[in-house]
Ligand binder design. Structure first.
Ligand code: HGY
Ligand code: MN
Ligand code: MN
Length: 594
């Protein structure tokens, strides 16, 4: 029988406790403490209150909670003494049908994990979509997490327990999640295309205008048409643009979207979530035959990550008139110019200047994005409102020294290009750490045509430096560039840097940030769940920021919020909440129109 929030809010304590029995395995103290915070405004609020009880508990209580859980495919399963919920869950994940090898491996993993951490491994085997992980995924997760530090694993076990509890609560409340599940599946479908050299390894890499990129563009066009957009097109730089018209033709437009290109071996949600969430909302409007007092323009930006060509934010940059014709002559690693890649893809290069949007036509820009960090995950929050996007500067660099014999060149006679860059890397790390919230990264570092027995004569590298405010970023950059100069002079090598990106910090527009806060609150999330946070990652919103008001909504990532990594993960619960928040935003904006 489906449980309701009213029942939980109004039932006598013991009855409410009974209704929540089994949500947290053999640990009624959690529900008992959380029920002290009734009434709950939403299921998300109840989940948050339960998780907060655990995070405020002593470590001894947290460890006892972990130890209240059975091992995966462990003794309890073999002796059929699992609780009904765990029997269902381990069964659904196929753990009751392990092969002898899988079973033996799980036993060894259980043994090793217990030996290292002193408690059993906890994993929500129903997974982020609730349909159940495969045995291979479970074993891979088990093997990977065995190498985590102890404090990280303690918290990851607790996060997995909250996910188990969330799924059990969804069952008790018959939480629909239709849209969240469907949009979660859209990400899986879009991830079927990946560039050669990565696809074969099961890695997701979609760089600008490759065949995989074009297939993604076709998929997004078709999906937008199915969602009921009135006009769907691919523009001159490859952005996929869908428009859902307003009730009146001369209405203003709400602009939204994000990018569908990825970093190399990236995650499925970075960018793509921000295209799919508004698409799902438009489909709901279409199904209801509803039109709003503004057009909705959803853009799948074709290029944001700057992987194939040096330029970043190319898709959104074109919309704000920042596309530079000289970019067309940039060449990729295979010597293919951007111009020929665009021509090959059938894009109308000459029409690029026409892409510039007139700000006066627009209400503003909103972007939904996976957080790509640990904050929401650690706070047990599904959504967060972005206050500002860090400003960033990027360079590609090269050091030219002297290639020479590794055996005969005395150490004091070398002009080692790689050693010079290595010295810079350590300086960059130390210097950025000096500021509380600056970050700096050398993400690429190669010795082209290097040999094991040759002192590196040449070394190429990248530099990425960011800070919440531009002045702080610029001081960091000035210090790094000065040190680079000093290192090259001292080592007698020649250093060169080419600026490839400068993106100003983008504070959210106060009124639009408030729109998101209103939307999240309208989901039944009380003040402690309205969390504001800065974005360390860059986003297309930084570009639109230069011509119109913008604000972003962050959505929690799983696996401690890791991103730019195949472990990037989201639950269909959180995708559903993002869709619900976006729908609330649309309704709120509609009411605000004259
Ligand atoms: O690098 C970034 O912050 C973004 O993912 N392009
Ligand atoms: Mn990214
Ligand atoms: Mn992104």
């Amino acid at each position: 029988m489906t449980l309701t929030l009213d029942q939980i809010n109004q039932a006598p304590l013991q009855e409410a406790l009974h209704q929540l029995e089994g949500v947290y395995e053999h640990s009624p103290w959690i529900a008992e403490k959380a029920l002290g915070q009734r009434p709950f405004q939403s299921l998300a609020h109840l989940k948050y209150a339960l998780a907060a009880v655990v995070s405020e508990a002593s470590q001894a209580a947290q460890i006892a909670l972990i130890q209240a859980h059975p091992e995966l495919a462990g003794k309890a399963m073999v002796s059929a003494s699992l609780t009904a919920a765990f029997t269902r869950e381990q069964n659904q994940a196929g753990l009751t049908h392990c092969t002898a090898q899988e079973f033996a491996l799980l036993q060894r993993l259980n043994r090793d994990y217990n030996a290292k951490f002193g408690n059993q491994f906890i994993l929500a085997v129903r997974g982020p979509r609730g349909k159940g992980l495969s045995r291979q995924e479970i074993i891979a997760s088990f093997s990977r997490r065995l190498h985590n530090p102890a404090d990280f694993e303690l918290h990851e076990c607790l996060r997995q327990i909250h996910r188990i509890a969330e799924l059990r609560l969804n069952d008790k409340f018959s939480n629909p999640l239709e849209l969240g599940n469907e949009v979660w599946d859209w990400h899986e479908q879009l991830a079927q295309w990946s560039d050669p050299g990565y696809a074969e390894k099961g890695q997701l890499t979609v760089t600008y205008l490759t065949d995989a990129h074009r297939a993604c563009s076709d998929y997004l066009c078709e999906k937008m048409r199915q969602c009921g957009f009135d006009a769907v097109s691919v523009d001159a730089v490859g952005n996929v643009v869908g428009v859902y018209q307003a009730a009146l033709p001369d209405a203003p437009t709400l602009l939204t979207g994000s990018h569908y290109d990825t970093v190399r071996n990236g995650g499925k949600y970075d960018g793509r979530l921000g295209i799919f969430v508004p698409m799902a909302c438009v489909r709901e409007l279409h199904h209801q035959g509803k039109r709003l007092p503004f057009h909705i323009e959803v853009v799948g930006f074709a290029e944001e990550e700057g992987q194939r060509y040096k330029t970043t934010f190319l898709g959104s940059g074109a919309l704000v008139g920042e596309f530079k014709p000289e970019w067309l002559d940039q060449c990729d690693a295979d010597g293919i110019s951007m111009r020929s890649a665009m021509t090959q893809a059938g894009l109308a290069v000459d029409a690029i200047p026409d892409l510039e949007r007139q700000a006066s036509d627009y209400l503003g820009f909103v972007e939904v994005h996976i957080e790509q960090g640990p904050v929401l995950n650690e706070l047990g929050l599904p959504l967060g409102i972005v206050t500002s996007i860090n400003g960033s500067v990027r360079y590609v660099g090269e050091v030219a020294g002297m290639a020479s014999h590794a055996g005969t060149t005395p150490m004091h006679r070398r002009r080692d290009a790689a050693a010079a860059v290595a010295e810079l890397v350590l300086y960059v790390e130390k210097r950025a750490a000096k500021d509380a919230d600056s970050v700096a990264t050398v993400g690429q570092l190669q010795v082209p045509a290097g040999s094991v027995n040759v002192v590196p004569g040449r070394c190429v590298f990248s530099l990425d430096m960011r800070a919440p405010i531009d002045a702080q970023r610029d001081t960091l950059v000035a210090d790094v560039l000065a040190e680079f100069d000093a290192i090259c002079t001292r080592r007698g090598v020649h250093g060169a840097l080419e600026l490839t990106e400068r993106a100003a910090a983008a504070p959210s527009h106060a009124a639009w940030q408030a729109h998101w806060e209103h939307a999240v609150a309208a989901l039944g999330m009380p003040a402690p769940m309205i969390h504001r946070l800065p974005s360390g990652a860059g986003h297309d919103a930084m570009k639109l920021h230069s011509i119109m008001p913008q604000a972003m909504l962050f959505v929690r990532g799983q696996n401690a919020g890791i991103s730019h990594n195949p472990l990037e993960s989201m639950t269909s619960d959180d995708i559903q909440l993002a869709i619900d928040a976006f729908s609330q935003l649309l309704s709120h904006l509609a009411l605000q129109q004259p």
